[in-house]
Design a protein around this ligand. Structure first.
Ligand code: C2G
Length: 154
């Protein structure tokens, strides 16, 4: 049984996360994911939209993930790898080289990130939406609802 372990915040779950988890799951038989706690996020200088509990539930629901657990600090990786008997530590290459000290414990793999998407960009795009855009979106949604209603009547 080859277990792969990774870590992350996974806020506003998007295709960059899914594509990474899919590739990680292909590296072994089991994929376990350390989800950064809200407190650890603050240490990482991040404030996530979803709470730890919500992010953990979302990632655990992903078909490529077998188990999730809380990531409370930078130091727990070694004990986690031993606790879960992980043979591969893998993470996106924005962390290239940062976890090489784990190489005495297990294989360390850095995979290419998915370009042009990030939680930060999603937040920026959403906050850039002005009232006018939101009115247009609302109007469109009402139009869609009317269409659905007519379709469902037939
Ligand atoms: N990721 C990706 N492509 C993106 C965005 C993210 O492949 N477009 C990957 C990251 O490289 C990381 C994982 O998805 O492997 C989770 O990314 P984040 O939620 O940003 O997590 P991060 O802040 O990198 O936390 O101890 C390690 C840290 O907890 C990692």
């Amino acid at each position: 049984m080859k277990t792969v372990i990774t870590y992350g915040t996974f806020d506003l779950f998007h295709v960059g996360h899914i594509r990474l988890l899919k590739r990680l799951s292909a590296l072994g038989d089991k994929l376990i994911v350390g989800i950064s706690s809200d407190e650890f996020n603050a240490l990482k200088g991040k404030s996530s939209f979803y709470s730890y509990e919500e992010r953990a539930e979302i990632v655990e629901s992903c078909r490529y993930v077998d188990e999730v657990f809380p990531e409370h600090n930078w130091q727990q990786k070694r004990s986690d790898i031993e606790r879960f008997n992980a043979s591969i530590f893998a993470i996106g290459d924005d962390w290239e080289g940062k976890f090489d000290e784990l190489k005495d414990l297990c294989e360390v793999v850095y995979l290419p990130r998915t370009e042009d998407i990030s939680t930060t960009e999603i937040k920026q795009n959403l906050s850039a939406l002005n009232g006018q855009d939101l009115d247009k979106i609302e109007t469109s949604l009402h139009e869609v609802i009317e269409i659905v209603k007519t379709l469902s009547i037939k």
